[in-house]
Write a protein that binds this ligand. Structure first.
Ligand SMILES: *[C@@H]1O[C@H](CO)[C@@H](O)[C@H](O)[C@H]1NC(C)=O
Ligand SMILES: *[C@@H]1O[C@H](CO)[C@@H](O)[C@H](O)[C@H]1NC(C)=O
Ligand SMILES: *[C@@H]1O[C@H](CO)[C@@H](O)[C@H](O)[C@H]1NC(C)=O
Length: 176
């Protein structure tokens, strides 16, 4: 008995440490309406082994935007990418006003808001930027908030403005 608890404790600790390794693998951004929006850039960059970041900029041609809906889904690769844990759609304007109303949206928003000018409530009347969102920040978020297991994941998001789908952003990442 005496030896079991420490072992469980170290197992949990080990799981925590293992979950701390997140690596971005790829990013894809698609504008679905070139008269409404266009991606100026959408990239991953490896500065060195421990510093890899994600940046994107989308130009908006019809501002202000007062109505935004986002569908985001997490997929995990088993035999192809399969839905995993989340597939939700939120009224972003409403949720940005009251982030606590949707903890999952709050979680994803927390993950990038300090790296983005999407850090305020609607309307949006400027180009949108995510600047050097880095993996260290994601590590903390993931290991602290979600009990994910190892594997290859895809974060798929669809962006609607005034009820029309305008863009798709996909981020592929691995958890080791
Ligand atoms: C990686 O690059 C970052 C940013 O330039 C730097 O702060 C960090 O010290 C570098 N790490 C290593 C291991 O070279
Ligand atoms: C999310 O759910 C919707 C509605 O059920 C479905 O149409 C869509 O394909 C799902 N998204 C993903 C990425 O699986
Ligand atoms: C939002 O982001 C912009 C650009 O990074 C920054 O200048 C501004 O201070 C931020 N606002 C808040 C409320 O964090």
């Amino acid at each position: 008995m005496v030896s079991v608890y420490p072992r469980i404790f170290f197992m949990l600790l080990f799981i925590q440490l293992v979950l701390c390794l997140v690596e971005f693998k790829n990013i894809k951004c698609d504008s679905l309406d070139s008269e409404f929006d266009a991606f100026e850039y959408c990239l991953l960059k490896s500065v060195n082994r421990s510093y890899k970041y994600l940046s994107l900029k989308v130009k908006l041609y019809k501002v202000p935007i007062t109505k935004v809906k986002v569908n985001f889904a997490l997929l995990k690769k088993f035999n192809g990418y399969k839905p995993f844990l989340y597939n939700i759609t939120v009224d972003a304007c409403k949720t940005l006003r009251n982030p606590k109303s949707n903890p999952i949206f709050g979680y994803f928003h927390d993950a990038f808001k300090t790296f983005s000018n999407m850090n305020h409530t609607c309307p949006f009347d400027h180009d949108l930027i995510v600047d050097k969102l880095n993996i260290k920040h994601m590590d903390n978020q993931f290991s602290r908030v979600l009990p994910f297991s190892h594997g290859e994941y895809l974060y798929h998001s669809e962006w609607y403005a005034h009820d029309i789908k305008r863009a798709i952003v996909e981020v592929y990442f691995n958890l080791y």
